[in-house]
Design a protein around this ligand. Structure first.
Ligand code: SF4
Length: 319
């Protein structure tokens, strides 16, 4: 039947924009605590989600979707909430030493949009609120962490807890390009302020530090000063680690938005996912100088995602 009227107009309309469709799944897990490699400052990690809707262009954790036979580009569109997270944690905590450190949010953001609805991170914090003498860290780019402030305060009464806010840049436009769906840097700084005012130890990490984009001394200095003014106690950063799965997204992104930097990065990361020793040393010295200027300390964890990768490989099981 021939379309008429508004139906015909609709069928002939030009597509202006197609919104991304994010799909959420629940995935069974064998365990929720993942053992890290030796020599790490934390012995266990918890990542309540696989995939992360924030979709940062440099995200190193895209490889985790490749384990599930998916393309790295699906990392931000197919989000998997781990089932029975709190139940598993209750069972597993009894088997680990109280003095061992547990880091939440090393691979994916525990306060990404899915958390508003599925509350897996919150359910995990509820378990910790009944614990004593544990060592816990949470790393996030989201001010949604403030939703759980009362719970975090409760945990802090009988355990040691620190919150790390990741802020790569204060430049809102650059942040929007690099981290398209993450909360604005100003919201993250506000979260630092509110956590600090509530007496929760908090720090800022500008990770990953990206050559030519976020590594300028003045940029990092401004960020450290803003972090200190908001009440951060620590500040530390490490250079971008760019595995092939992350290169697939990041290099075309540079071609489009920073064409002059694209060949530089191709050459820097041609042979390895790491930057060379010289750059690392320079950056470490720069950050140390800045930290000293503002009386900040280096913080509970170093940015070493290369040591964090692979920890979840054995975790999934099929029912
Ligand atoms: S917030 Fe973290 S886990 Fe999420 S996309 Fe960005 S870098 Fe990856």
């Amino acid at each position: 039947m021939a379309l008429v009227g508004i139906a015909r107009l609709a069928s002939q309309s030009e597509l202006l924009e197609a919104k991304r469709a994010v799909q959420y799944f629940e995935i069974p897990s064998r365990s929720i605590l993942n053992r890290t490699k030796p020599s790490m400052p934390f012995q266990w990690t918890i990542n309540p989600y696989r995939g992360c809707e924030f979709g940062c262009k440099y995200c190193y954790a895209r490889y985790t979707h490749e384990f599930m036979e998916m393309d790295a580009t699906e990392f931000e569109d197919k989000i998997y909430a781990k089932s029975a997270a709190a139940h598993l944690l209750r069972q597993e905590l009894g088997r680990i030493d109280r003095k061992q450190h547990i880091a939440i949010g090393t691979a994916t953001d525990p306060y990404q949009p899915a958390e508003r609805r599925y509350e897996r991170t919150r359910s995990i914090l509820e378990v910790f609120a009944r614990e004593r003498g544990r060592y816990l860290g949470i790393t996030t780019k989201s001010d949604l962490v403030l939703r759980d402030l009362a719970l975090i305060r409760e945990i802090a009464r009988a355990n040691v807890i620190g919150i790390n806010l990741t802020i790569t840049t204060l430049d809102e436009k650059l942040a929007r390009l690099l981290e398209p769906r993450a909360p604005r840097p100003a919201l993250r700084l506000d979260a630092v302020r509110k956590l600090s005012e509530a007496g929760i130890p908090v720090g800022v990490f500008p990770n990953p530090v990206m050559p030519g984009l976020t590594d300028g001394e003045r940029q990092l200095d401004r960020l450290a000063k803003a972090a200190r003014d908001a009440g951060a106690q620590w500040f530390g950063g490490g250079p971008l680690f760019l595995m092939p799965s992350a290169q697939k997204i990041f290099l075309p992104f540079l071609d489009e938005h920073f064409p002059r930097l694209a060949p530089v990065y191709r050459s820097l990361y041609q042979r390895s996912a790491y930057l060379g020793r010289d750059y690392k040393d320079q950056l470490r010295d720069r950050i140390r100088r800045i930290r000293d200027r503002y009386g900040l300390v280096s913080g509970p964890i170093d940015y070493q995602p290369e040591l964090w990768t692979g920890e979840e490989q054995g975790e999934l099981f099929a029912r």
